[in-house]
Design a protein around this ligand. Structure first.
Ligand SMILES: Cc1cc2nc3c(=O)[nH]c(=O)nc-3n(C[C@H](O)[C@H](O)[C@H](O)COP(=O)(O)O)c2cc1C
Length: 379
């Protein structure tokens, strides 16, 4: 089945129809009044780029060197927990696409497929994202598992010192782990395709937490990580310790200030990841795209910089690269695409982003993706 789409909004509208309401809301929703989430997207529209004419741009390449590897495109998929809850088989579909199309997949601590399987299925094109939780033993063991499995990039997410309440989830009675009450039951009955597929594949669980130390789920290890648990005790000391334990690329995600970006460099991070979690944490956060040039300025021209939050088109990817990012991650659109039509939906998204980005590069006089970062002027 091919999925027809002309924009990410088309995929989002299809996903909204296919998914149970509470599941779509858990994906689409954000913190508080959802102003930061909206602000991210509105701010993108205000970023204007300087076009150039009469440059030979007949042959254009999106290939990008980043964190020691060559990727086919200058973007990847941001780490998103419990992927299979949003669409049955989402984790595997994303991992296979990462392998076949040569982009990095962010694998969340809270992924619904084990970090080992996802690295294998992605053909090595995966970065592991760490949430440090209540249990130090669990955190240590996630880091060792990631290293032993062969991950070369570890992303520490630092912008969830406390989990922000999401009103849509509260209103829908949506919780992780999932609890079925009459209201949720009706929602599921109204979306039989999602519900039957999910039933056949088994209710998604946070596999990395359950699989701790073996294949048999253990209740005590699940208790070692509560999604809503406070993580406020982690500080810069923790990042320095992590630096001394992790021998490969280390990235700090959730940076929204030039000061924190400089601290990350001081603590030994190999890359800084500007993100406001798609507006899912601090509703009064500025648009991430507006913070990006300030962080770039603080870091200087050469320090590796990743960006996400509010990217909804190939043109937005170009805007983020021109605003200082070396690499861009796409969040919700990946899951909208899967919700719209499984793997075919995701293929449609990739084609769309690649076509849009390549066309914009032509208007901007760029033959190579890195030129977006190096020579395009933001007006
Ligand atoms: C459903 C969902 C789950 C997420 N889970 C995680 C996670 O487990 N770890 C993490 O670092 N960020 C997580 N994020 C945040 C994303 O990595 C990313 O920062 C955000 O989605 C980017 O904004 P965008 O959705 O507007 O592109 C999640 C986002 C969504 C939408």
């Amino acid at each position: 089945m091919t999925v027809k789409c002309f924009s990410v909004s088309d995929l989002k509208a299809k996903a909204r129809r296919n998914m149970p309401r509470m599941v779509f809301d858990a994906l689409d929703g954000a913190a508080g009044n959802e102003t930061a989430s909206r602000r991210n997207m509105v701010a993108f529209e205000a970023v204007c780029l300087q076009s150039r004419v009469l440059v030979n741009v007949e042959n254009r390449s999106l290939k990008t060197q980043f964190l020691g590897e060559e990727w086919q495109v200058p973007f990847g998929v941001a780490p998103m927990g419990m992927g299979n809850l949003f669409w049955p088989g989402a984790d595997q579909a994303l991992a296979r696409a990462a392998r076949d199309r040569g982009f990095p997949l962010g694998v969340s601590t809270m992924s619904s497929t084990s970090l080992e399987k996802l690295l294998e299925q992605s053909g090595g094109n995966a970065w592991f994202q760490l949430y440090a939780g209540e249990s130090d033993t669990l955190t240590q063991s996630l880091v060792s598992r990631a290293a032993q499995t062969g991950y070369r990039t570890l992303i520490l997410t630092a912008d969830v010192p406390a989990l922000a309440p999401r009103r849509r989830d509260q209103r829908n009675g949506f919780t992780v782990p999932f609890r079925l009450r009459p209201r949720q039951f009706i929602d599921l009955c109204l979306h039989p395709r999602w519900s039957l597929k999910t039933l056949i594949r088994g209710i998604p669980r946070p596999r990395n937490i359950l699989d701790q130390g073996g294949s048999r789920p253990s209740a005590s290890s699940e208790a070692g990580f509560r999604r809503e648990a406070g993580r406020g005790r982690f500080d810069w000391e923790f990042l320095s310790e992590l630096r001394s334990q992790w021998p490969h690329q280390l990235v700090l995600k959730g940076v929204m200030s030039p000061e924190d970006a400089k601290m990350a460099v001081k603590a030994g991070a190999d890359a800084v990841y500007v993100s406001n979690h798609g507006g899912r944490q601090l509703d009064s956060a500025p648009a991430a795209i507006n913070v990006l040039p300030k962080v770039r300025k603080a870091l200087g021209p050469d320090f590796p910089l990743i960006f996400d939050s509010g990217v909804r088109s190939g043109e937005d990817i170009a805007r983020a690269l021109a605003s200082g990012a070396n690499f861009v991650m796409v969040g919700r659109p990946a899951l909208y695409a899967l919700g719209a039509g499984g793997s075919s939906g995701f293929d449609a998204l990739l084609e769309l982003l690649i076509k849009e980005l390549s066309t914009v590069m032509a208007q901007l006089g760029c033959r190579h993706a890195h030129e977006l970062n190096e020579k395009v002027r933001v007006l």
